[in-house]
Design a binder for this molecule. Structure first.
Ligand SMILES: Nc1ncnc2c1ncn2[C@@H]1O[C@H](COP(=O)(O)OP(=O)(O)OP(=O)(O)O)[C@@H](O)[C@H]1O
Ligand SMILES: [Mg+2]
Length: 240
């Protein structure tokens, strides 16, 4: 049975989709069956980040509306994908989205739901079937505050198992007190740390080149460590 994990941040551009793609790939590389669900209605990106955009025909909205079967809706690849619909529909309620996701639980080890920016309607739909959540923050006060707000909203929705990912971490500006350090991010979000992903330009290039970052790129190594921590192994937070 899959764990259903929401990836959210409140603020846009913190790296939710990049994290969803990276952690899904790391777990799949370790033999786990992973489904990634793009919940960013109208602004989908996971198909590009997973390199399957030319394979997308249907999306989870089509499945919810009965326009296709589950087999047709899922793009099968190293990481399976349910793409996001291109526009909202009144039928997209939290209950309906949750019912649409439920049958996939028994078929996967992990289901990651990539939330849109914000804590409004799209966030509520994305959170509808979440059992756990990861909040992704960059090490700055604006993003950290938005993660703290997202954490509060998750509590209201009954999602209490929440962990923090600090993304785009850079040592030099932190040492110069230009960015928040790891302890400050934890204290100000109030969320327990799951892992740290360094700033890695390779991540930015992959949606354009279609090439995923190499196995020794800093982000790939970080996702691999975080995947181990998700599986309950004791590994260091950052590379030594
Ligand atoms: N660790 C990283 N190092 C360098 N660039 C990164 C990193 N993580 C994400 N990025 C870049 O930051 C930008 C935003 O990332 P991404 O789309 O994953 O964020 P998002 O939170 O999903 O955004 P949105 O709120 O719009 O959905 C992208 O250009 C991505 O390549
Ligand atoms: Mg995104």
């Amino acid at each position: 049975m899959a764990e259903i994990i929401l990836v959210t941040s409140g603020k846009g551009g913190a790296g939710k989709s990049s994290f969803t793609a990276g952690i899904s790939r790391a777990l799949a590389a370790d033999g786990k069956k992973v489904l990634a669900i793009d919940c960013d209605i109208g602004l989908r990106s996971l198909d590009l980040l997973l390199g399957v955009s030319d394979k997308v025909v249907f999306d989870w909205g089509d499945l919810l509306l009965g326009r296709c079967t589950a087999e047709q809706a899922v793009v099968s690849a190293e990481v399976d994908l349910l793409a996001a619909p291109s526009r909202f529909n009144d039928a997209f309620t939290p209950e309906a989205v949750s019912e649409t996701v439920k049958p996939f639980k028994s078929k996967y080890d992990y289901i990651f739901i990539d939330s849109p920016a914000g804590i409004d309607r799209g966030f509520e739909l994305a959170a509808a079937s979440a059992e756990k959540a990861v909040v992704v923050s960059t090490p700055d006060s604006i993003c950290v505050r938005s993660c703290s707000r997202a954490f509060d909203e998750l509590a209201k929705l009954g999602v209490s198992d929440v962990r923090l990912i600090i993304n785009m971490f850079e040592v030099k500006p932190v040492c110069k007190h230009k960015l928040l350090n790891i302890d400050q991010c934890i204290d100000e979000t109030g969320v327990q740390l799951l892992g740290v992903v360094p700033r890695d330009p390779n991540l930015g290039y992959c949606s354009v080149t279609g090439n995923i970052p190499g196995e020794f790129s800093p982000s790939t190594l970080a996702f691999s460590r975080i995947a181990k921590r998700i599986k309950g192994k004791r590994v260091p937070l950052v590379c030594e």
